[in-house]
Design a protein around this ligand. Sequence first.
Ligand code: NAD
Length: 256
Amino acid sequence: MRGLAGKTAFLTGSGAGIGRATALRLAQEGMHVWVSDRDAAALDGTLQEAERLKLRVDALQADSGSETEIALAIRTAFEAAGRLDVLVNNAGGSLHTPYRFAEESDEDWHRVMNLNLMGAVWACRAALPLMQRGGGGRVINYGSKAGRYGSLIAGPNYAAAKGAIASFTRQLAMEYGPDGITVNCINPGVVLTPRTSGLWAERRSAAERERIVSEIPLRRHAGVDDIAGVVAFLASDDAAFITGVSLDVNGGQAMA
Ligand SMILES: NC(=O)c1ccc[n+]([C@@H]2O[C@H](COP(=O)([O-])OP(=O)(O)OC[C@H]3O[C@@H](n4cnc5c(N)ncnc54)[C@H](O)[C@@H]3O)[C@@H](O)[C@H]2O)c1
């Protein structure tokens, strides 16, 4: 990818799953990558993998559900690296809250909105002034197929949070475009990670699972590398004129 080597990226929730794969991919493109996660053991796993691949990755433990922690981590990475070019707001998920609206409590709503929406708001609040100071940057937020077309495994709280991420993305794109900062969001369909594989098996029968995959034009779910590649593209110079986009990455399962 053009224009990534030598730049710095900060990713939230990148100790496992899509976040880890994306961190390693950006580092393979020559970036200095800062991974953050609330789980120290998971972060260690990412660091070990980076070391094995001889990649430039540093880690900071931070809970994306806390503005203080995420702001401190972003500021620490910026001060150590001297620049911040790319922010990837990966931390998120439905936190195993119920699928049915009537079964979701206020607490379920608050937890999911806090992590998926406010986590991104807080990270953007910390990162955008640093990018303005540096003359530009890239923000890549994680929406979901759930936020645009509904979800087969996560409930209304998650769909609402991810829909809000898309609106938030468009509004930031308008406001920060003049500063040379692009803001985009990606909407993955089901990406098979250990967490989603469990949810997928729990909430859909084997027959439903088979039928759903047979109806996806590309006849499979995404792997983490499918998402990592799209993030690398959006962070690269090749995507310099793309902003405010809500990009579906779902194998054609749902199309606008
Ligand atoms: N996996 C999917 O099918 C799928 C589909 C669409 C969108 N997404 C979105 O992609 C992103 C990554 O999903 P994933 O399935 O790889 O996630 P995951 O559940 O596998 O978690 C990845 C990492 O996030 C960390 N994390 C969780 N809560 C955190 C918090 N409060 N603070 C810091 N770190 C935290 C975990 O410790 C873990 O290391 C999320 O925003 C998710 O909503 C995932």
